[in-house]
Design a protein around this ligand. Structure first.
Ligand SMILES: O=C(O)c1ccccc1N[C@@H]1O[C@H](COP(=O)(O)O)[C@@H](O)[C@H]1O
Length: 212
């Protein structure tokens, strides 16, 4: 199976077009205002309309209310809702049911014990994303360019498709995939020339390295 690649935090046409052109499987729009990558639903809709079909449009939310999700879906159909906060399995199930949209739960990994919660989500989400824990007291629960020990994922049976994230770059993604035995990867900081500013050449290099 080819490795799946998600390019997250797309905010402009350069990043969107580069991700599409290089063959991204998923594109992430961040609907979390404190993030330097945040977009409004209208901005995401305009970007998404540049290309019909193609990558799964993923909406990234952090402990969202139903109203926040509804406001986005009113502008832009999403193929996947990414929950990157402290959403419980019950909350993830409720979001999935109410919006009839697949859900990906992001989980922070620092030790093997962090994976103990996976079974609780297995029946109520469609995908998992494994990211590093955020720095204590930091403003963002993800998107911090922080890797975790990739070997913690090796040999694990994860009951749904999953993406490896956290501190990935064009230079380390191939090794990360091999070490974690990851079926997919997700990147934000590693394909930016400045915080929140995607770089087309880095996006192309990342996708080439991940899929190569
Ligand atoms: O990207 C963000 O700003 C962000 C904000 C809040 C929660 C998650 C966020 N990003 C996710 O984190 C992973 C890892 O990011 P990075 O590559 O280490 O910068 C990213 O792929 C997004 O899914």
């Amino acid at each position: 199976m080819p490795v799946e690649v998600k390019i997250c935090g797309i905010r402009d046409a350069e990043g969107f077009d580069a991700a599409i052109g290089a063959g991204a499987d998923l594109i992430g729009f961040v609907f979390f205002p404190p993030s330097p990558r945040a977009v409004t639903p209208g901005q995401a809709r305009a970007l998404s309309a540049r290309h019909a079909g193609g990558p799964i449009r993923t909406g990234l939310f952090v402990d969202p209310t139903d109203d926040q999700i509804a406001a986005v879906l009113a502008e832009l159909p999403l193929g996947l809702i990414q929950l990157h906060g402290t959403e419980t399995p019950e909350r993830a199930a409720a979001i999935r049911a109410r919006f009839a949209t697949p859900v990906m739960k992001a989980l922070g990994v620092g030790t093997a014990a962090d994976l103990d919660v996976v079974p609780a989500y297995a029946d109520v989400v469609d995908r998992f994303l494994f990211d590093a824990h955020p720095p204590p007291g930091g403003p963002l629960p993800g998107g911090n360019a922080q890797p975790f020990e990739w070997r913690l994922m090796a040999g694990r049976t994860i009951p749904k498709p999953w993406l490896l994230a956290g501190g990935l770059t064009p230079g380390n993604v191939a090794e990360a995939i091999r070490t974690a035995q990851a079926p997919g990867v997700d990147v934000s900081s590693g394909v930016e020339r400045a915080r929140g500013v995607k770089d087309a050449a880095l996006i192309r290099a990342f996708i080439t390295a991940a899929k190569g």
